[in-house]
Design a protein around this ligand. Structure first.
Ligand code: IMP
Length: 426
């Protein structure tokens, strides 16, 4: 069984725990998009590990973990992650990096920082890790890839094209420092050493063999469907494709090896950064969700905006994300709630119309109000429940109602952060 794990909301849905659980059963784990904008925490061997780019499956012995071609890699961040794992004596022999992955150069982080600080109303609230500018250059075909670091002739030829364009932009558009070719070559030499032990030049045979030998492949997505550059709340999105379809492109496999796409969603919604969020709660209820759910970012430490479960965006995520089932996390956050709401539609205050399909023009979202249905809480601690039938009746009713609205089964219910606090429903 080859599975993709995607975030089904705005990221931070608890993918780390679900990926970690499914990784136990996988032979090859491939991270297919994004970069060190992602952050997830895994508790293992009695220690807390914070991951940004390296698949957390590396904590299990004998797994191959590939950072795929669809990712963007900030060398210094990769190096810091590696050093952190080495300090804990984690075996990194299974770690591999695609030679086709894009490199985040210093000008990418500088431009990201500049753009965010000077964007005014157009601010995206990025993680300032250079993600957007790296993907921009990849698409403009003026990016560097890991493989370029090991081919002096290619690197030199590419830099002769890239640097005049970059320097002109840096100076004239952004008023930032420019780079000489010698400076960049020296940086690239340093980067080549950072990546050398991990670059998988033989990635084609790695993928071919895994497929032929029936190895179990887990595709690990970052961020979430609503941050997807095509389908998310554009332009308040990241610059890659977290949707299930991104797994084919970002790994080298194409779509035909994928059997299942599991969308991870919280029992409520959170979002960091700017952008519309129709079911956002700015009152005490939102604050309670934030406090009980510990909703603060791993990468930036920013408090996350919180709101009720949005079935409109989730129904959309089931479609565009290609979900075959849902892993619902953090439902225990509602243990003390008297009532729980689900946003089932949006009401347009301009004309009174209601929408159950997601309106993609986010500039109109300021006119939308959430339409809620209210469910009774269960008023008991469910963190020790391990079987679906042992969940309180109101909790099961809530879950079954979500499945009905979303027309997608819930396969996993998470009732706490530990691996054991997981209910496999189907
Ligand atoms: P970027 O990916 O740094 O360009 O940021 C673009 C948007 O995606 C911002 O709203 C970020 O807050 C959001 N974002 C990026 N990565 C994550 C993540 O891992 N979790 C949640 N939000 C993210």
């Amino acid at each position: 069984m080859n599975r993709v794990v995607v975030g089904a909301q705005w990221g931070d849905e608890g993918k780390a725990k679900i990926t970690d659980l499914l990784a136990q059963d996988a032979d090859l784990i491939i991270r297919y998009q994004g970069g060190c904008n992602a952050g997830h925490t895994v508790v293992a061997h009695g220690k807390t590990f914070k991951f940004h780019l390296i698949p957390s499956g590396i904590l299990y012995k004998g797994k191959t973990c590939l950072i795929g071609n669809g990712t963007v890699i900030l060398p210094e961040s990769f190096q810091a992650e590696i050093e952190g794992l080495k300090a804990e004596n984690i075996d990194l022999s299974g770690l591999k990096v695609s030679p086709l992955a894009a490199i985040t150069m210093p000008w990418h982080t500088e431009v990201d920082g500049y753009s965010e600080s000077n964007a005014g109303k157009g601010k995206i609230g990025t993680t300032k890790k250079g993600i957007g500018p790296t993907y921009t250059d990849k698409m403009q075909r003026i990016g560097l890839r890991i493989e370029d670091l090991y081919s002096p002739e290619t690197l030199s030829e590419k830099l002769d094209v890239i640097l005049p364009i970059k320097n002109k932009q840096l100076k004239e558009v952004y008023n930032l420092n420019t780079y000489t070719k010698d400076e960049v070559l020296a940086l690239c030499e340093k980067y080549a050493e950072i990546f050398r032990p991990y670059v998988c030049f033989d990635w084609q045979n790695l993928l071919r063999d895994a497929k032929r030998d029936g190895k179990k492949i887990l595709f690990e997505g970052a961020q979430g469907v609503m941050l997807d550059v095509d389908f998310g709340t554009y332009p308040f999105v990241t610059s890659s494709n977290p949707v299930g379809g991104g797994a084919g492109i970002g790994s080298g496999y194409g779509p035909t090896v994928i059997d299942e796409v599991i969308g991870v969603a919280k029992a409520y919604c959170t979002r960091v950064g700017e952008g519309p969020f129709v079911s956002e709660l700015t009152d005490d209820v939102g604050k309670s969700i934030q406090d009980i759910g510990h909703e603060f970012g791993v990468t930036t430490g920013r408090p996350r905006r919180c709101g009720w479960f949005d079935a409109v965006t989730m129904k959309y995520a089931c479609l565009v994300g290609g979900l075959t089932s849902i892993a619902l996390t953090k439902i225990d956050v509602f243990d003390t709630f008297d009532e729980i709401k689900v946003c089932t539609a949006y009401k347009d205050t301009r004309n009174g119309e209601t929408y159950t399909s997601y309106p993609t023009d986010v500039y109109t979202h300021k006119y939308l109000e959430p339409v809620y249905e209210t469910h009774k809480g269960w008023g008991e601690d469910i963190t020790a429940v391990r079987k679906y039938e042992d969940l309180p009746e109101n909790c099961r009713k809530y879950l079954e109602r979500l499945e009905q609205i979303l027309e997608t089964p819930i396969s996993i219910v998470s009732v706490g952060p530990d691996r054991e606090q997981t209910i496999f429903k189907v």
